[in-house]
Design a protein around this ligand. Structure first.
Ligand SMILES: Cc1cc2nc3c(=O)[nH]c(=O)nc-3n(C[C@H](O)[C@H](O)[C@H](O)COP(=O)(O)O)c2cc1C
Length: 184
């Protein structure tokens, strides 16, 4: 890929690579890492499937069991980091986001679109992360009440492009995404 010389070009690259994550199973942004903070203040990071992206609003959607630790952590403190490394275009994307659940009615409508075989992910008994006496001492009990749609409203994007020359920049929602260069 040719060298990136403008902030607009770099932000556009980020946007198109996140979009690729929605449509291309092999694109890196299909599986971003979402980092939260646990009750003791430790960072807690996990891979998630990107389910939706609004490039105008800069919002990303992910789906989770509503009783999973991440949902409870985000209910307490809706701050998260989202990161992916896109080797195809030599781009690291780090984002800061405010993450909240969608209103119940919207979650219920989206639940209707979840294929039957995928519904089993939402409603484990006991809830995800519970210690169990044997590997199979749990069962799925899929139900819409346990389907959480988390919407991440991106506040900051930091991009590192490892091109011929390394380029690093930060873009802030508050500043209208105009961006500024950083030392790589
Ligand atoms: C490839 C991959 C994709 C995953 N996608 C999701 C997902 O879309 N939603 C989800 O809740 N967990 C997903 N997980 C599981 C999470 O990484 C994590 O183990 C789980 O959500 C429990 O995290 P928590 O206890 O911190 O909430 C995925 C894991 C892998 C390895």
């Amino acid at each position: 890929m040719s060298d990136i010389t403008t902030l607009a070009e770099l932000l556009e690259l980020v946007r198109t690579r996140i979009e690729a994550g929605l449509h291309d199973r092999d694109a890196a942004a299909r599986l971003p890492v979402l980092a939260t903070r646990d009750a003791e203040g430790w960072p807690s990071a996990r891979s998630m499937v990107l389910r939706d992206f609004d490039p105008g609003e800069w919002t990303l959607d992910i789906h989770s069991d509503a009783d999973a630790a991440k949902v409870l952590q985000l209910t307490d403190a809706p701050r998260a980091a989202i990161q992916f490394w896109d080797a195809e275009v030599a781009l690291q994307v780090r984002m800061r986001a405010h993450v909240v659940r969608l209103p119940h009615e919207e979650e219920k409508a989206l639940w209707e679109e979840v294929p039957d075989d995928a519904r089993a992910r939402y409603g484990a008994v006991p809830p995800p992360g519970t210690p169990i006496a044997a590997h199979d001492a749990w069962h799925p009990n899929p139900r819409p009440a346990r389907f959480a749609v988390l919407r991440a409203r991106v506040l900051r994007v930091e991009a590192l492009h490892l091109g011929e020359t390394h380029r690093r920049a930060r873009f802030e929602r508050e500043e209208g995404w105009q961006g500024s260069w950083l030392v790589p």
